[in-house]
Design a protein around this ligand. Structure first.
Ligand code: UN1
Length: 487
């Protein structure tokens, strides 16, 4: 079946009737698979404001119930939604199933969280006073998501935002609007089952850049959570800051793995294949730089070249495919601009841009190595000392993810220490990609500094209020200040 036929089948099954001026193509064969209607950001913001008035007063555990229902629906719809993600993003079905699982996992997390939005009690310095902090809902949240994780990133943000008491407006990538339509079909059903959620609580606004910009500039939006390139974040950050809004940025990565002489090379090789070539090199956590000790570099590179040559590149719907197509011609051109004639195009499905993952040995980190090219290119650098390897890891402007392969405790602890990796994520004996939802996800420097998903990332979706309560009959001032009118 063609991607267009398959997409039509899924839309029919989910009873989604979309049409409009925005055409979307499948990277599998480059042909159109559907159309959606461009949304109205102004109207969406107004509806979100009205929804916020009501939703913020619903008890958080009840808000969690909505997310629980969403998780139930996702479990049921997982195979179909994953199929749509594959058709639209080109990632292999295994990875799409993983992406939907990530949504289910964050639903479970958020349901638990809905009973754990804890604040502190703080010792007051004044007699008969009590101090505490409360976490209150923040306001309408806009989620701008990218093509490579067309549904999971929405779920990371939306489930937390909902239990925290906020309405959500979703502006998905214009490259993956149908996956968003499928999710919204589920959301509508879930809202019906839930019963009394306010109108406009969860909205989808399709469109291109101008639609995103309108939402970014709208002072009714309390938080803009944006995932995408550093270039995009450079625009979004200052624009939201100008109106004193809040941002959560999850931008480019340029992730490295250090392989030490003591490493289990078999383990490292498998991890490197998944992290560097998986998702056709189009994850923000993709491994782009391999920093190998000079004593084992020849051996490791030879193993990797053999493995990269064997990996099946092709139609992501086929079970034996490991590497699907690049998202579009622009991605192919970006890869070609680095590799020139050495780029190996694979003739898999007519109209799609399929490439074999590339390994490029380099002697230092030039401007190409320092930037994030969203394609499967693995640069290999050699090092002599662990300090030098860590310096190379940290030399790039981005700071998302990193990892080390070693069986030497001192090396791994140094890598995780304050003098080690400067990234938001640092792993040992696994690759830099494929994080679980339980941890905070995000990175430093040009990655934008935001944290999404697990741990205490929920705080970004709430406003903190410090309360001091006097239950005595005197009025002692803080810092012992005296401020009385003479008797
Ligand atoms: C992204 O590429 O934007 O850690 C997100 C990972 C995935 C998420 C990637 N869980 O690779």
């Amino acid at each position: 079946m063609s991607p267009a036929e398959e997409a039509a089948g899924i839309l029919a099954l989910a009873r989604i009737d979309c049409g409009g001026s925005l055409v979307t193509c499948s990277p599998i064969d480059g042909k159109p698979i559907g159309r959606v209607t461009v949304g109205d950001p102004d109207r969406a913001a107004a509806r979100a404001v009205a929804a916020f008035e009501k939703w913020r007063t619903v008890p958080a555990p009840r808000r969690g119930e909505l997310v629980r229902l969403l998780g139930e629906w996702l479990r049921e719809f997982k195979p179909l939604l994953a199929k749509m993600v594959t058709l639209e993003s080109g990632k292999i079905l295994q990875e799409s199933l993983g992406e939907v699982q990530e949504m289910i996992d964050i639903c479970d997390f958020a349901v638990g969280l809905s009973r754990q939005l804890y604040g502190l009690t703080i010792a007051s310095e004044r007699p008969n006073h009590r101090m505490m902090e409360q976490w209150h809902p923040l306001g309408p949240v806009v989620v701008i998501s990218a093509f490579n994780f067309p549904v999971a990133v929405w779920a990371w943000n939306t489930t937390l935002a909902l239990v925290c008491g906020n309405p959500v407006i979703w502006k998905p990538s214009e490259k993956t609007p149908l996956s968003a339509e499928c999710v919204m079909a589920g959301v509508r059903r879930v809202l019906e089952r839930f019963g009394d959620a306010p109108d406009g609580l969860i909205q989808l606004v399709q469109g291109e850049r101008d639609i995103g910009e309108a939402l970014v500039d709208d002072s009714r939006i309390a938080l803009v959570s944006a995932t995408g390139s550093t270039a995009m974040g450079r625009l979004v950050g200052p624009r939201v800051a100008k109106r004193f809004g809040r941002v959560l940025l999850e931008l480019g990565g340029n992730n490295a793995t250090i392989v030490c002489p003591s490493a289990d090379l078999e383990l490292a090789t498998r991890a490197i294949l998944f992290s560097a070539a998986g998702t056709a090199g189009q994850r923000c956590t993709t491994l782009r730089r391999l920093i190998v000790h000079e004593s084992i570099a020849d051996d490791l590179v030879a193993r990797l070249r053999a493995l990269f040559a064997q990996a099946t590149v092709g139609d992501p719907r086929q079970p034996d495919t490991l590497i699907g197509p690049l998202i579009d011609e622009a991605a192919f051109d970006a890869m070609k601009s680095i590799l020139g004639d050495k780029v190996e195009r694979v003739e898999a499905v007519d109209g799609g841009f399929y490439v074999r993952p590339a390994i490029l040995e380099v002697s230092g980190q030039d401007s190409n190595v320092l930037k994030e090219t969203f394609a499967p290119i693995l640069y290999v650098l050699r090092y002599a000392s662990i300090e030098q390897a860590i310096a190379l890891n940290n030399e790039v402007p981005q700071g998302l993810s990193s990892s080390i392969f070693t069986n030497d405790l001192k090396k791994s602890e140094l890598f995780l220490s304050a003098a080690g990796s400067d990234c938001g994520i640092a792993n040992v004996n696994i690759g830099p990609s494929g994080a679980e939802i339980g941890g905070a996800f995000g990175g430093e420097k040009e990655t934008g500094g935001g944290r999404e998903s697990g741990s205490d990332s929920w705080r970004a979706y709430m406003r903190r209020q410090t309360n001091t309560i006097n239950y005595g009959s005197d009025l002692p001032l803080a810092q012992g200040i005296r401020f009385d009118v003479a008797p």
